[in-house]
Design a protein around this ligand. Structure first.
Ligand SMILES: [Zn+2]
Length: 418
């Protein structure tokens, strides 16, 4: 049988903090060679060698050569928190497998090759329906190596419902549980802390100060779930205890948590205190002031960019749903109808990457760490995804010098081209 060969010529690949000039060869979906030259990145596109594709058939193989003109080639973006997009709300009672595949097929437009479909706090009945539906799709993707034509589902993120009610943000009050005592995880999710990872769940965001939280954090993290602290009024010592019990992430730093106080730093205090703790941040310029994003990054480089986007992402202004709540989107800002409460974002990973780069003035490699390497690390998937290496699957994004997505490649095939 013939081979499908794709050669990406003249691109810069991140490697240990540097952009290394390379020619990358992909065969049948996998990276088979990375040829490096000594040329250094100058931040300019080589207009004399405009991006172009050549295709030829030889010896039963189909070979495509893409001349990348000195652009940046990264592993695709990994979004570990998104509530929906393109009119689809993952927490909707009427969601179907086709809706989820629509999102997965459209996301590569923004450079995303892997994502965690995220549920806001739901009723027990809704979890009973949605966790098996979406979780099974995640498990199917997790078990195979050849997802084609669309972004990979790498496990669900259950954001809630075990929250501090006063920090619930846009989550519906009637769905919030302020205790993690006894077997409430099983009662609410219809899967226990021991088995929920097998049901397709990768991340659970919960408030660590709730009664009964620490043993549940320990059980969840010992059974493959990433426990993230969020929608919480906890003080720093509660956060430290949660970390000691296995929590490894803070959900959308600054939003829906006790703010920093010099006598009680809250979760912000963990950024310097715990090298194993990562934090996600929504760098859309609305959820946090750009200077706050820059300050967090000065404290800790363990940052994970998330969009926290909802159904309106990719569509524009209008009225949408987030679970049962009505959300109004105006001028790129999503709020609960009739309030000023932010209800997720309409930001894409592409725009978060560009904004974070601008807000923090970090290097290109550093922002790619935040969008690719760190989320893979947090999910304990660094052995499979998050970097460009020989033998790995070719899930890639080609970016111009302004970090705009030019092409997205999934399993060695170009699925988006600008
Ligand atoms: Zn949230």
């Amino acid at each position: 049988m013939g081979h499908e060969v794709l050669i990406l010529r003249n691109c810069f690949v991140p490697e240990e903090g540097c952009l290394v000039h390379s020619h990358v060869t992909i065969r049948d979906g996998f990276i088979v060679s990375i040829e490096k030259s000594g040329q250094s990145y100058d931040g300019f596109e080589h207009t004399s060698q405009k991006i172009r594709e050549e295709r030829s058939e030889m010896e039963n193989s189909v070979m495509t050569i893409i001349e990348c003109a000195g652009r940046i080639l990264s592993h695709g973006f990994i979004d570990i928190q998104m509530n929906g997009a393109f009119g689809v709300d993952f927490s909707s009672n009427s969601i179907t497998a086709e809706d989820i595949l629509t999102v997965a097929t459209t996301l590569p437009r923004f450079g995303v090759t892997h994502f965690c479909p995220t549920l806001v706090s739901c009723s027990k009945d809704r979890y009973e329906k949605l966790i098996p539906l979406i979780g099974n799709m995640c498990n199917q993707d997790r078990s195979k190596d050849d997802v084609r034509g669309r972004a990979n589902l790498i496990g669900m993120h259950l954001e809630g419902p075990f929250f501090c009610a006063s920090k619930r943000g846009a989550h519906e009050k009637c769905n919030i549980h302020e205790s993690l005592e006894n077997d409430c995880i099983e009662k609410v999710y219809h899967s226990s802390a021991e088995t929920i990872n097998e049901a397709g769940v990768s991340i659970v965001t919960l408030a660590p100060e709730l009664s009964g939280a620490l043993p549940q954090i320990e059980t969840l993290s010992q059974n493959g779930v990433i426990v993230s602290m969020g929608h919480t009024d906890c003080i720093m010592s509660d956060g430290m205890k949660a970390v000691d019990n296995g929590a490894s992430l803070i959900t959308h730093l600054y939003n829906a948590m006790r703010p920093f106080h010099h006598r009680e730093p809250g979760l912000l205090g963990l950024l310097q205190n715990s090298t194993s703790t990562y934090y996600s941040i929504i760098a859309d310029g609305l959820h946090s002031h750009p200077q706050s994003v820059k300050m967090a990054y000065a404290l800790s480089k363990n940052v994970v960019l998330v969009t926290d986007c909802m159904a309106a992402m990719g569509l524009g202004d209008g009225c949408f749903k987030l679970g049962e709540e009505s959300v109004l989107v105006e001028g790129g800002k999503a709020v609960l109808e009739g309030t000023n409460t932010l209800a997720g974002s309409v930001a894409s990973m592409e725009s978060c990457v560009q904004s974070f780069h601008e807000f923090t003035e970090c290097s290109v490699c550093a922002v790619l760490d935040a969008a690719v390497k760190n989320p893979a690390h947090v999910l304990k998937l660094s052995h499979k995804i998050g970097s460009i290496e020989i033998g790995r699957r070719a899930d890639l994004v080609l970016l111009d010098c302004n970090l705009k997505v030019v092409k997205t490649i999934i399993f060695g095939s170009v699925v988006f081209s600008q």
